[in-house]
Design a protein around this ligand. Structure first.
Ligand SMILES: NC(=O)C1=CN([C@@H]2O[C@H](COP(=O)(O)OP(=O)(O)OC[C@H]3O[C@@H](n4cnc5c(N)ncnc54)[C@H](OP(=O)(O)O)[C@@H]3O)[C@@H](O)[C@H]2O)C=CC1
Ligand SMILES: O=C1OC[C@@H](O)[C@H](O)[C@H]1O
Length: 412
């Protein structure tokens, strides 16, 4: 007899402040910046797992909290077409993390808030999936990892791309030696948002460029470029050989003080490998929206290279170019399944499935993105931002937990 799936009861922390009623994947993709992470994540949670051939785990949204008001949480249910029956609504994060019916809290606030909000949930004994970038500083990331250990709960950074079947396949290919020894990875995740008179198209208050919300290209977009570098050059190394990388960065600042264009070279001297992570809010990886400019990611080995077509955060195609391939290129498509009934499917469901399996199996972190790796990536980003003289306010860089911090209470 088939076993019933392990179902995770999710509590959603933050409701996304941009009104949004579009319901199809296509419309959402063209307006990605207007898509709050919470909205996309919850819609993915509500997709039938069978539409992606998953039968061992399932998801249920049991509570939603907005730091603004209970009404805002109610409005969120409308946005995601989720019937209010059985979903508890809270006007504070504190109530959500103390709800005994919540198995795992999904933290989807701006980067500035992650440390305080995730810690609030961990201290209440909750498992946590926290949006990227994990924190603002490496020290905050270490404190979260330590708290999860102390409380014996699960913690993971929500870098959804790592859990795509495409990413898994590419990691397997590299591991199998399909392109020889990999010496270099080049990855770009840039979204052209150039506006009039030297401005960007984001308002100065927007989380993408607002230093009070730890905005900037690197923490928001460059993390995906670094993800590609790390999942190949670092993650695949045997545990005992993992080395802390050297970091060299060049940064252009926007008028708000956030980074608008950032290039980071990450070097692993022991393995003689290098990664180049690029990100920009001025120019785009995919300037014509048709990938005419070529791949967003190149994984280069002694026997060939794997090219991944962008966007780096949601790739659906890769190519294998062999040194002795005589001009033949293998093209592999990895479409993201859509739940036709709900008219949705973005790809965040795979990271949610990973959380469910870890919880089912009693694991406290994901082997695909261990906390130690999230911490090393935070160290690289912190160092890069330091080299580019980007400064964030003390209230968002402190590693001292304060349940009454405005970041937890929502005082704006
Ligand atoms: N994985 C992915 O593809 C994506 C991930 N993200 C990540 O998700 C996180 C949230 O991004 P996104 O959903 O675009 O953010 P939004 O700005 O749309 O929403 C953030 C939410 O955080 C809460 N919040 C609390 N305090 C503040 C404050 N002072 N200013 C603004 N918001 C506040 C609000 O919820 P409330 O009022 O209900 O408490 C708000 O709705 C970020 O870490 C981002 O990097 C974003 C987009 C895609
Ligand atoms: O995580 C993200 O992925 C898609 C981007 O457009 C968005 O800004 C970012 O937060």
């Amino acid at each position: 007899m088939a076993q019933s799936p392990h179902t995770v009861r999710w509590g959603i922390l933050a409701t996304g402040f941009i009104a949004q009623s579009e319901s199809t994947t296509t419309r959402l993709l063209t307006q990605w910046h207007a898509a709050a992470a919470t909205t996309v994540f919850v819609r993915d949670l509500l997709c039938n797992p069978a539409t992606r051939d998953v039968t061992d785990v399932a998801h249920k949204v049991v509570a939603v909290a907005s730091s603004r008001s209970k009404e805002s949480a109610a409005g969120f249910l409308d946005k995601v077409n989720l019937a209010p029956e059985g979903v508890k609504l809270y006007g504070s994060y504190d109530e959500l993390v103390n709800d005994p019916d919540v198995d795992c809290v999904y933290v989807a606030t701006p980067h500035s808030h992650h440390f305080q909000n995730a810690m609030l949930a961990l201290q209440a004994g909750k498992n946590v999936l926290c949006e990227k970038a994990f924190t603002v500083t490496a020290s905050q990331a270490k404190k979260l990892a330590a708290a999860a250990k102390e409380k014996n709960v699960f913690l993971m950074e929500a870098v959804w791309t790592r859990y795509f079947p495409l990413s898994i396949k590419i990691r397997e290919l590299v591991k199998s030696g399909a392109i020889g020894t990999v010496y270099r990875v080049i990855a770009d995740n840039s979204v052209g948002s150039d506006g009039p008179d030297g401005s960007l198209t984001f308002a100065d208050e927007h989380r993408m460029v607002n230093v009070d919300l730890a905005g900037g290209a690197l923490l928001d977009l460059g993390i995906y470029s670094l993800t590609w570098l790390f999942q190949i050059l670092y993650h695949l190394q045997p545990e005992a050989e993992k080395e802390t990388p050297q970091t060299l960065a060049a940064i252009q600042q926007y008028k708000t003080g956030a980074d608008e264009s950032t290039s980071v070279i990450v070097s692993f001297p022991g393995h003689k490998t290098q990664g180049i992570a690029l990100t920009s809010l001025r120019v785009a990886t995919n300037t014509d929206g048709k990938n005419s400019g070529g791949p967003a990611i190149k994984i280069q080995g002694t026997l060939g290279e794997i090219q991944v077509m962008g966007p780096a955060y949601r790739p659906t195609q890769y190519k294998i170019v062999k040194k002795d391939g005589d001009g033949q290129v293998e093209v592999v498509d990895c479409p993201i399944p859509v739940d036709r009934e709900r008219r949705f499917g973005m790809g965040m469901f795979w990271e949610a499935d990973e959380v469910a399996r870890c919880l089912r199996d009693g694991k406290k972190e994901s082997a695909t993105l261990p906390l130690s790796e999230s911490i090393v990536i935070m160290e690289v980003m912190e160092e890069a931002l330091k080299q580019g003289s980007v400064k964030y306010p003390d209230v968002i860089t402190t590693d001292v937990f304060d349940p009454k911090s405005p970041l937890n209470t929502g005082a704006r």
